[in-house]
Design a protein around this ligand. Sequence first.
Ligand code: FE2
Length: 436
Amino acid sequence: MHNYMKIQSLLHLTIAFFVTLHCVYAQPIQKNVAPIVQHIDYKASKRPDRILLTLTRNPSQEMMVTWRTDNSVSQAFAEIAEVTQNYDFYKKNIQLTAISDTITSIENEQVIYHKVKFKNLKPNTQYSYRVGGRGYWSEWSDFKTTERAFTKPFQFLYLGDAQNDIFSLWSRAVRGAFKKAPNARFAVHAGDLINHSQNNYEWGEWFAASGFIPKMIPSLITLGNHEYIKDDTGHKVDVSALWNPQFNFPNNGPKGFEDRAYFVNYLNTKMICLDSNKGIVEQTTWLKKVLKENKEPWVIVFFHHPVISAAKGRVNTAIMTHWKPLFDQYKVDLVLQGHDHVYGRGNKVNSGLGKWNENSGTTYVVSVSGRKMYTLSDHSWMDKKGENIQLYQVITIKQDSLNFKAYTLDDQLFDHFELYKQKNTANVLKELPLHE
Ligand SMILES: [Fe+2]
C-alpha cells in the first residue's frame, strides 16, 4: 500500500471513530445518522427526484404530485396532458407552477420540495405528467383518475413495515406487489418505511427501491414509530423533517393532526388513516365523527400499531380502549396494521371491555414487507399467522364483497379470504384456497 493510501485509510478510520462517538453520545436514542459507508449518493440535484403521487379529497378530478430538487431550483413546474393514441399527445399539455417554498435542512443538505395539485381533471381518464423545468425534466409518467362512481371492482396494495435493508431487499417486495397488481389504484404503507426518521439516506433507499411505482400509483401512508423523532428520554417529539414536505395527504384530519390523520373517499370505500403514535384520544372524536357521517359501503382503517399484538410482548391498550369500540360500533370492515414484523389475521378480537368478542365483523391484519422479523405471539385472535416471512397484499373491492390475498415473495399465496357484506349484521368471512 502506498503511504498516501495508508494515511487516507487512517483518516477514514479516524472520521468513522468520531462519527460513531458522536452518535453514541449526542444521539443515544435517535441514532439518526447515515451509514458510514454510502454506496449510493442520494443527494438532491437540479434533476427532480422522489416524485410521488398522493390522492386528494377528490380522486376523480384531482391528483397531487410532490418532488425534490436541490436548493438552486427556486421555481419548478409540472406539465400534464390527457393521454391519447396520438404519439404527440404530450404537446397538448397544461403547465402549472409548483409551490416550492418548503425547504428542509437534513444532514446539512438544503433541499426544496415542490408540489402541484392537478385539478379539474376528467374522471376515469388516463393522464401523463412530468415535473421539473429549465432543462431538468422528469420522464412522463401516467396515472388514471377514478371513475365518478363505483362501477367495477378495483384493487389496491397493502405493505407492512419496509424499514430495514430497504434498497437491497425491500425492493423485491414492492416490485413484486406492482408486478402482481400493476393496475392497483393506490398503495397503503402501514408505517416504518424507514428505520431512522432523520436519516436522509434511508429515505433515498425507499425511493430507489420503489422506482417508478409511486410516480404512477398514489401512496397512502401512515406514520410508524420510526418516522418519529425521539428526544433523549425516548419521547416522540415530532415527525421526521421529511414527512410534511414529502407527503401531501388530504389534510382533513383532526385539529393538530391534519398532516398525519386523514381520509379519502375512493369510489365505494372510505380509507381512513390514523396516527397510532400520539394523540390517540384526540383523534378518537374525529374518528367517531368520520365513521358516523360515513356513506361509503366499505370502510378500511389503517395505522401502524396493531389493536392487539401479533408479536410477543407488544400490547397497545390505548388503541384497544379508544378506537376498537368505534370499529365495532360502526362495523369497520378491515383494519390494516404494521409494527409487529409478523403476519396475523383474524376477526375475533377482544372488545377492550374485558371480554372476547367472537364476531365483531371487523377483520384485523398485521403484515410485514421488509426483512426484519419478530417472534410470533400465541394470541388466539389470529386465524392465520406467520413469522419470518416477507409479504405484500393485494385487496380487491367489489360491490358486496372484498377479496384479500397475501403473497410471499416467491409468488405463493400465503393468505386468502373474502369478506361478504350482510345487511345490518357482521360480515361473513370465507377462507379461500391458497392456489390460483
Ligand atoms: Fe417496524
